[in-house]
Design a protein around this ligand. Structure first.
Ligand SMILES: [Ca+2]
Ligand SMILES: [Ca+2]
Ligand SMILES: [Ca+2]
Length: 268
């Protein structure tokens, strides 16, 4: 696995490669964590994570969509189908439901809202978010199936890694695993054993690299899995502001109009 890391404050850009029998697929990962050490009932301010989201969005067309979950009714259950401009639909599967940080008139479950708030889930936009669970070896682990091949996938996640959960984000293309964005060296987020970082938030943006033939690495399924060898087998978290984009919606950096010239001298 080739790995290069550039860190500016908490903002990290990481290139991950997965070697398969026939090819190398690579992804750029733009991520940041706002760590919370305030204990139960407190949440990190969204700061470095917002910068990471902006950096991710700057690489995409302004026409891409971001799902903020604000239009969904409280307690909308899993099996959500979300349409994105120009990028098809995303099917949110596995355990999950729309929850809110605020009282919702008529359908209030204040106990759930208070419990969620106390245990660190939150919304990065508005008041709604997708409350979900990454698990080990379970078909009900959180996954997203896409109707189109996409090249970019970004989101906020609140309350990952508060009880030892180590996440792998598995990327599939036509059923084949083409990439794994892993927290194995804690480059995505810090991990605590007994809730010390409850309420922290991470932003993770994944972009397929351009390949030798000029096309971009794409994928059509994203699966969230906990991979701890021992200990916890699940991690509950709040998921919000999902952005996806196809390869056509990536902003292509213009070629340098004045590339450095190299002078050759041939010996007589
Ligand atoms: Ca928590
Ligand atoms: Ca939201
Ligand atoms: Ca958690």
């Amino acid at each position: 696995m080739g790995l290069s890391i550039m860190i500016k404050q908490l903002l990290a850009t990481v290139t991950l490669s997965l070697l398969t029998a026939n090819s190398v697929q690579a992804f750029e990962v733009i991520s940041a964590e706002d760590l919370n050490k305030g204990g139960n009932g407190t949440h990190a301010a969204i700061d470095s994570t917002r910068d990471a989201e902006q950096q991710f969005l700057s690489k995409l067309s302004s026409e891409v969509g971001t799902e903020n979950f604000e239009s969904y009714a409280w307690n909308t259950q899993t099996g959500l189908a979300i349409s994105f401009p120009g990028a098809g639909s995303a099917f949110l599967e596995g355990s999950g439901k729309v929850l809110s940080t605020e009282h919702v008139e008529g359908i209030t479950d204040l106990n759930t809202i208070n419990s969620e708030f106390r245990t660190g889930r939150n919304a990065s936009s508005g008041v709604n978010y997708w409350q979900t669970t990454a698990q080990t070896g379970s078909s009900s682990t959180f996954s997203i199936n896409l109707t189109k091949q996409i090249a970019a996938f970004g989101f906020y996640a609140f309350d990952l890694g508060d009880f030892g959960g180590e996440l792998n984000i598995n990327l599939y293309q036509d059923g084949e695993l083409v990439g794994v964005v892993a927290n194995s060296d804690h480059n995505l987020y810090q991990v605590a054993n007994s809730g010390e970082n409850n309420g922290s938030v991470v932003y993770i943006g994944i972009i397929g690299d351009q390949k030798g033939d000029g096309t971009y690495q794409t994928f059509d399924k994203v699966q969230f899995v906990i991979v701890n060898e021992n200990g916890t087998k699940r991690d509950d978290f709040g998921f919000d502001d999902l952005t996806i984009a196809t390869a056509e919606q990536l902003v292509v950096t213009p070629e340098d109009p004045n590339p450095p010239t190299i002078a050759f001298h041939f010996a007589d």
